[in-house]
Design a binder for this molecule. Structure first.
Ligand code: NAD
Length: 329
């Protein structure tokens, strides 16, 4: 199998590249390093079946040779990132998705779009099944991300209907694990880095808002099943174990072996009050269910952040990522 992972140098993408390589696939990682890091895939660069292309998917994406699948993960994903990069986020969802759909159509490849639970907005149905249309503010502070993904889903659906492109849509719920950026604003890396530094854990609002957290290995397994299957989706992928942000902060503090205090900070506007996937479709269609418990996944994540904090700072690249090939050979 020969697969393109767009956004492959990001958090999820780098784990997905690794998994495809372990399964014997040939992997072309396409990334412009907007929010991802070359170091996420450094260890893969020596692998004979791995290729890294520095490329913006909102521009032309022509690749030589046959392709079996394209997994479209290329988009800023954390609230800190997409608020700082609103136009890039909308362009990735619209133009980037369009370019990758065209690539998949030309190559007769399967395209899997990484959509998000954010398409449900601040949900009024709980847990969220795929049939729920969502409750989204189109001009709110999260709209550049939510609407980019909703448009990407619509474009993917239209491509399938118009051109017969073999597409699949997954809606990913909050996922965590090693290689998240400490400064990306998401709850797990924020709490873990605060706890490891002995700082107070900053919980938004009163902390009663809930999330459901999926460990990255489970999520990647669902993505692979979707890629090798033929279900059009949308299919929810996430861990239905739900907990409040305050409980998460307390758990992280305990697992870090510290008695780090909790500090309450103001809650961002349009922050969803609850999130929990209904994953019965993924179970029925992909035979997929998350297997890693929250305590296990957090322990692995904390170990990774601990090792990273102890490691010497990375040697600056000379020259930087720009040295990577901009065109495929
Ligand atoms: P990430 O920011 O770590 O990875 C995204 C990658 O896409 C980065 O490497 C970035 O450089 C790259 N990218 C962005 N715009 C690009 C462009 N125009 N051209 C080429 N590359 C581009 O984020 P992540 O958490 O790994 O998320 C990956 C995907 O999964 C995103 O599409 C995101 O919306 C989706 N998702 C993630 C989560 C989660 O909890 N991690 C939840 C829901 C959906």
């Amino acid at each position: 199998m020969r697969v393109v992972v767009a956004g492959g140098a990001g958090f999820l993408g780098s784990h997905l590249c690794e998994r495809f390589l372990a399964d014997g696939a040939e992997v072309i990682c396409v990334d412009n390093f907007l929010t991802g890091r070359p170091e996420n895939v450094d260890a893969l660069r020596a692998h004979p079946a791995f290729r890294l292309l520095r490329r913006d998917v909102t521009g032309p994406v022509d690749l030589a040779g046959p392709l079996d699948a394209v997994v479209n993960l290329a988009s800023p994903a954390s609230p800190v990132d997409y608020r700082a990069l609103p136009l890039e986020t909308l362009a990735a969802g619209a133009r980037g998705t369009g370019r990758l759909l065209e690539l998949a159509r030309r190559k007769k490849a399967r395209l899997v779009l990484a959509s998000t639970s954010e398409v449900y907005g601040d949900p009024q149905v709980h847990p969220q099944p795929e049939g729920y249309w969502g409750h989204v503010n189109p001009v709110g502070p999260r709209s550049m991300y939510d609407e980019a993904k909703r448009f990407a889903e619509a474009l993917t659906t239209a491509h399938r209907a118009t051109h017969g492109t073999r597409t699949g849509i997954v809606r990913i719920f909050n996922t965590y694990g090693p290689r998240m950026r400490a400064d990306d604003g998401r709850a797990v890396p924020t709490f873990v880095t605060q706890a490891l530094a002995g700082k107070p854990l900053t919980v938004a609002g009163d902390g009663t808002q809930t999330r459901s957290l999926c460990y990255v290995d489970d999520l990647v397994d669902g993505l692979v099943r979707m890629t090798v299957g033929d279900h059009p989706g949308p299919v929810n992928l996430g861990n239905p174990e739900e907990l409040s942000m305050l409980d998460l902060a307390r758990l992280v503090a305990r697992l870090c072996g510290d008695q780090a205090p909790i500090a309450f900070v103001s809650r961002p506007p349009d922050d969803p009050g609850m999130r929990r996937p209904d994953v019965s479709l993924a179970l029925a269609e992909l035979d997929w269910r998350p297997r890693v418990t929250l305590a296990d996944g957090l322990a692995r994540t904390i170990d990774w952040f601990r090792l990273r904090a102890a490691a010497p700072p990375p040697v600056p690249r000379q020259p930087g990522p720009a040295r990577l090939p901009a065109q495929d050979g």
